[in-house]
Every structure is written in C-alpha cells, then in structure tokens.
Ligand binder design. Structure first.
Ligand SMILES: Cc1cc2nc3c(=O)[nH]c(=O)nc-3n(C[C@H](O)[C@H](O)[C@H](O)COP(=O)(O)OP(=O)(O)OC[C@H]3O[C@@H](n4cnc5c(N)ncnc54)[C@H](O)[C@@H]3O)c2cc1C
Length: 288
C-alpha cells in the first residue's frame, strides 16, 4: 500500500499548473482532494511521475451566482457544497447529495471537480449534475470549452477531458418555477458509494402536468447517465402513482447494467426502478 516514487509540485496559479501539465502530459496527474487518486496510487493502479497539486492554485474554489443559477469552482469541496448558503438556496438537492458522500474526511477533502474528472461509476454527484443539466468548463490555457453533463460522463472513469486540460468550473443553470429536485441512493454500507443512485428534477406546469423531467442514474451502469426513456414517458402526463411507476419501469432502458459483489444486474435493475419511483414522487411533491 505504498505508492511508487513521484515528484510533487504545488503551483500557485492556473497558468503555472497548466504549463506543468503541458510539459509532463504523459507522466503527470492533477491532485485535488486526493480521495480517489491517492488510493489508486497506493494500489499502483496509477503511477504518475509528477503530482500537480491544485490545492494552492488561487481562484478554483468558489460558489457564485451566474445567470440565475450557480457557478462552482472545481476545487470546491463536498463540505462547502453541503453548507454553502447559496447552494442551499438555489439547489438544495446538491447540498443534500454532497452530504451523503462517504464520511466527514472524504467530504472535507473531496472536490466537485475531482469527483467529476474521476467519473467513478458509483459516484453520487454525477447523477445530480446530469439531472440539473450542469455544464463543465475546462481549459488547456489556449482554449476554454464547456461540455454538458450528459456528454461529460462518457464511460467508467472516462470523460472528454484531455491530458492537458484542467476542469475549472461547473455551471448549474437556474431551475424553472414549479420545479422540484431530489437525490436518493442505495449506499454501499462500507464506503457509502452508490450501489444505485437516482436524481430527479421534475417541473410541473400550471395544470399540474409534468412539463419537464430529468433523471440522472449512477451506480447501475459503467457511467452516470440520463434515463431518457423514462423522462420522455412522463413528460406531458399527470404525476399519478401509476404514471410514476410506469416511468420508473423504463429507467434502465439503454443502461448496460453492471454486476459486481455488491449486486447482480437484476438487483441493480430492480433497485434503479425502485429508487427512480421514489425520487420522482418526492421531486413531484417538492415541485408542488
Ligand atoms: C472511503 C471513501 C469513501 C468514498 N465514498 C464516496 C461516496 O459515497 N460517494 C462518492 O461519490 N464518492 C465517494 N468517494 C470518492 C470521493 O468522492 C473522491 O473524493 C472523489 O471521487 C474524487 O475527488 P477528489 O477531489 O478527491 O479528486 P482526486 O482524488 O484528487 O482526483 C481524482 C481524479 O480527478 C483528476 N482531477 C482532479 N481535479 C481535476 C481538475 N480540476 N481537472 C482535471 N482533472 C482533475 C485527478 O487527476 C484524478 O485523476 C469515497 C472515497 C473514499 C476514499
């Protein structure tokens, strides 16, 4: 459980971090909270020759209002998300989800940027960021680009970030009036990672019909993803128990269900449906 030898750099600016990353791109790894990378290094699943610590880079940890929603710096910790008054007022679902990640130590160190860039198939925030239709801003120093959440989590541990890009900001757009959002997970009792986790955002129209539905699922497949078939089924319909159940039955459509010692494919399928129905029902009740 001892990592291979590595060099360590602690740049103080984004420019310096990008320059180090560019010069050492085949051999460097960015370090945020270290709660995924350091265990991987200890298991020698990752053996970077250079660790570029983002901890001292100024201007990467913040929560600000932006275009009616929020802009969140990549180095913002779960602990901040859980307790920040802006997050609590704009997106309580994000604060709630951050509060059920791991334990206090993980939440004190782990960051929204690290969790997103790592793209663990069982991570919590990706499902929530997908349902909230967040976008991810990255830069390589010459070009900045933004990727929507439903195209960011491409596969297990795979995002569109290149080896010379740093994720700098996550933007969460304003929710329409009449929206309710919630995240429910079945946690692994040891680590608290999601065996299955479902985030739902439901917007009701003036007649009480489901105008817009967004569902993010984590844990069930190789990557967090939108449950588009379930969303489409419910949009335009009344949020009756029958309709919510029928939508939830469609939640695993298109997901390549995974099996491991925490659960079989069948178990994950059943749990995804159960947690989708619960999440939809609570999102509807919050929207009302
Ligand atoms: C005991 C334990 C329990 C946990 N339980 C849960 C849980 O219940 N739910 C959950 O979701 N997660 C859980 N985690 C994982 C935790 O959330 C990690 O903190 C998170 O996945 C990674 O964030 P980090 O800031 O620690 O990133 P790091 O570990 O520092 O980095 C992770 C990866 O992202 C890259 N990276 C980091 N920042 C950037 C950036 N700005 N731009 C580009 N690349 C970047 C790194 O190079 C690395 O490859 C748990 C971890 C542990 C150790």
């Amino acid at each position: 459980m001892i990592p291979a030898q590595f060099e360590y750099a602690a740049p103080s600016s984004l420019e310096e971090a990008l320059s180090l990353l560019c010069k050492n791109k085949d051999d460097a790894k960015l370090l945020a909270g270290g709660h995924s990378l350091l265990p991987m290094m200890k298991l020698r699943l990752a053996q970077p020759g250079l660790l570029i610590d983002l901890g001292k880079v100024t201007g990467l940890s913040y929560v600000r209002e932006k275009d009616g929603g929020l802009a969140i710096g990549a180095m913002t910790t779960y602990q901040t998300l859980e307790h920040d008054p802006l997050v609590a007022s704009y997106f309580p679902v994000l604060a709630e989800a951050a509060g059920v990640v791991g334990d206090v130590q993980v939440r004190n160190r782990g960051t929204i940027g690290g969790a997103s860039a790592h793209a663990d198939p069982a991570a919590d925030l990706p499902a929530v960021l997908i349902a909230l239709e967040a976008s991810f801003t990255a830069t390589n120093g010459r070009r900045e680009r933004s990727v929507p959440a439903d195209r960011f989590f491409k596969d297990a541990f795979l995002t569109p970030l290149s080896e010379t890009e740093i994720l700098t900001e996550i933007t969460v757009p304003a929710l329409s009036k009449g929206s309710g959002a919630v995240y429910h997970k079945l946690p692994n009792l040891a680590s608290r990672f999601a065996v299955v986790g479902v985030a739902a955002v439901v917007t009701l129209d003036g007649q009480g019909l489901c105008e817009r539905v967004r569902i993010g699922v984590t844990g069930a497949g190789p990557n967090a993803t939108r449950a588009k078939t379930a969303e489409r089924y419910l949009e335009g319909k009344e949020p009756t128990e029958k309709n919510l159940a029928a939508a939830a039955q469609r939640a695993t459509k298109g997901i390549e269900l995974q099996a491991d010692y925490h659960g079989s494919e069948e178990y994950r399928e059943a749990m995804t449906r159960v947690f989708t129905q619960r999440a939809l029902a609570e999102a509807v009740s919050r929207a009302g």
